[in-house]
Design a protein around this ligand. Structure first.
Ligand code: THU
Length: 146
């Protein structure tokens, strides 16, 4: 029960974050929610920019919010994204930059939940990947230890 209610809560938080998406260029709205070890949830949305490369993804916003509040240990991350005209989401894979960003703070087995949610708010499909599945053979903090 715990895992189910926890991931559902996290997906719902990602959808909440997604509501604040600023995506006037791609019209692709993404939300993310990261669960801190303390139980606190930090949400994020993608924030685009007229100078396109300056935009930032939802995952990095959520994790940056947590880290800047002193939370660096996480239990899970949920992502929900899709065309901004739909309240629901598709399965949205995290981009390569975000995979590396996430990798900095989490162990190999860390769960990343991708959810397809209907416009009525039902979780229709969920996929859970470990960080290692999404970013195998990665470079991380250990590589810089002397
Ligand atoms: N986007 C995210 O926020 N997270 C991802 O991992 C995939 C892409 C955003 C970036 C951009 O604002 C929009 O989705 C389209 O690429």
């Amino acid at each position: 029960m715990e895992w189910k209610s926890e991931y559902e809560k996290l997906v719902n938080s990602a959808l909440e974050g997604r509501k604040n998406s600023y995506s006037p260029y791609s019209h692709f709205a993404v939300g993310a929610a990261v669960l801190g070890k303390t139980g606190e949830i930090f949400t994020g949305c993608n924030i685009e920019n007229a100078s396109y490369p300056v935009g930032i993804c939802a995952e990095r916003v959520a994790i940056s919010k947590a880290v800047s509040e002193g939370v660096r240990s996480f239990k899970a991350l949920a992502i929900a994204g899709g065309p901004d005209k739909n309240p629901g989401s598709d399965i949205c894979e995290p981009c390569g930059l975000c995979r590396q960003f996430i990798r900095e703070f989490v162990p190999a087995g860390f769960p990343i939940i991708l959810a397809k949610v209907s416009d009525e708010g039902e979780i229709e499909e969920k996929v859970v990947y470990s960080l290692e599945e999404l970013l195998p053979h990665s470079f991380g903090p250990d590589n810089l230890k002397g």
